[in-house]
Write a protein that binds this ligand. Structure first.
Ligand SMILES: [Fe+2]
Length: 464
């Protein structure tokens, strides 16, 4: 007799006990609650031939998106493929999608997980891995539409519906549909408050809209649902620190950084990215971060900066520049250049299009060559989504560009950039500070006085 998972999908196991553990592991993974790997391993102990158990692990390891996890990914893909003869079509499609990830073809992986989702709209595992793949590809539209494609097949009676709404909320947010994103996120949480991804989606809305106090309250009041025993908590802590940074509360930012964003020398690239990004934001503001760069740079030297994923390498470069490690910075740039020249695969495209110019710009910025940094960043910023990440994360490119323009004495560019930022987020105290600096650069320039008053007026209207 064929067994079916909790959403009615046929699975190739005869062990109900293994299947129960699988369903439990999927639910944990949907919320990034630990320890989904331990639970799926229990399923595989019950039935070592449980193919979806191996596909689950392959999907998790793939979306870590770092070279250090490649051996685990390969083991899981090969273990699943060894069971291919007894697997059903959906399970074989999972194997093919994970293999595409393993072989570095993220576009193909996204397409294959996407096809599973179209044929089996209640395959929430394929949906979640596809959603994460879209994130790494910077595919804003598909972050929304891959989820939208399945919505007619879900309702409150299907287990996991809240998580689907949470994914939809994030996709809507990445398409600047903030009202709809917040509505979807709040609906997700009304169904299931233990959904850190939905909480995160609404935190993004508040970040993009400059709703700083609401954002702090949003995350603080929901800590019980996202902060403990969660593989994603470091990133929601990062968002909380980002609100405090917007207010200029750098002591609080550093306290959150030490206690939560980087409480131990963990070496997962996903965590290192947030550590680098927060320290770089502080660095741009001239805040003394003590010896924190050293620890982060050590971890990047051990684990990445290897040309595997340009987004990671750009964040490694920040740490090397921040810590004054010229040799490591040169090696990271060389790794990106080598990746760019490989020609094939998603990593090569990302390195060529974004990784190399961003790394060169960061290196130039660190050496005080602000003109070169600004030239490179201005050119790359409109295509920077191609190396993945969220709008909030990639804002670091624009922040570095503004700072390079100001420090490099390029008043027209600096003033143009702060006008952009003010238009997008007029209530931002950080944007007001940048505006004051940019306008102050060219007091003798025709029209600068008017520009300053217009920009400050915009800020004041919203602030009031
Ligand atoms: Fe985020």
């Amino acid at each position: 007799m064929t067994l079916h998972d909790t959403r009615g999908l046929a699975v190739s196991t005869r062990s109900q006990s293994a299947l129960d553990r699988f369903d439990a592991a999927v639910e944990l993974l949907n919320g990034y609650y630990l320890d989904f790997i331990a639970v799926i391993d229990e399923a595989l102990e019950e039935d070592p031939g449980f193919v979806m158990g191996h596909c689950f692990k392959a999907g998790v390891y793939a979306t870590c998106n770092e070279a250090a996890v490649q051996p685990d990914l390969r083991r899981s893909v090969e273990a699943a493929e060894a069971l291919s003869a007894g697997a059903n079509d959906r399970e074989r499609a999972h194997m093919a999608a994970a293999r595409a990830w393993m072989e570095g073809d993220l576009e193909r992986a996204a397409a294959l997980y996407g096809r599973i989702v179209q044929e089996h709209p209640r395959d929430i595992l394929a949906l979640q891995i596809g959603h994460q793949t879209d994130f790494f590809l910077g595919e804003s539209r598909m972050l929304r539409d891959r989820v939208a494609q399945v919505l007619p097949h879900w309702d409150e009676g299907v287990p996991g519906f809240g998580h689907v709404l949470g994914m939809h909320a994030f996709g809507l947010e990445q398409n600047n549909l903030y009202d709809r994103a917040e509505e979807a996120g709040r609906r997700a949480l009304a169904l299931n408050q233990r959904d850190p991804w939905a909480i995160h989606a609404v935190a993004h809305v508040m970040e993009m809209q400059g709703r700083v106090s609401e954002g702090v309250e949003w995350l603080e009041s929901r800590k019980a649902q996202w902060a403990d025993n969660n593989a994603f908590s470091f990133h929601n802590w990062w968002h909380l620190a980002l609100y405090h940074l917007e207010r200029g509360e750098t002591d609080r930012v550093l306290a959150l950084y030490d206690a939560q964003v980087r409480p131990n020398p963990a070496s997962m690239a996903l965590e290192l990215v947030d550590a680098s990004a927060m320290l770089w934001r502080l660095h741009l503001r001239g805040v003394d971060v003590g010896d924190r760069w050293r620890n982060v740079a050590d971890s990047w030297e051990r684990t990445a900066a290897d040309g595997y994923y340009a987004f990671n390498d750009a964040h490694a470069m920040m740490a090397f520049v921040g810590d004054g490690r010229d040799d490591a910075a040169e090696r990271a740039l060389a790794a990106q250049e080598a990746a760019a020249q490989r020609g094939r695969g998603t990593g090569a495209m990302m390195a060529r299009e974004v990784g190399v110019p961003v790394c060169r710009a960061l290196l130039a910025f660190g050496r005080g060559d602000y003109r070169t940094a600004a030239d490179l960043l201005y050119t790359v910023r409109t295509r920077a989504h191609r190396f993945g990440g969220s709008h909030a994360q990639r804002d670091l490119i624009d922040l570095t560009l503004v700072e390079a323009a100001i420090r490099g004495g390029n008043a027209p560019l600096a003033q143009a950039l702060v006008a952009e930022r003010t238009d997008l987020k007029p209530s931002s105290p950080a944007n007001r500070t940048l505006t004051a600096r940019a306008v102050g650069m060219a007091s003798g320039r025709t029209g600068a006085g008017r520009l300053g008053s217009v920009l400050f007026q915009d800020c004041a209207i919203v602030e009031g």
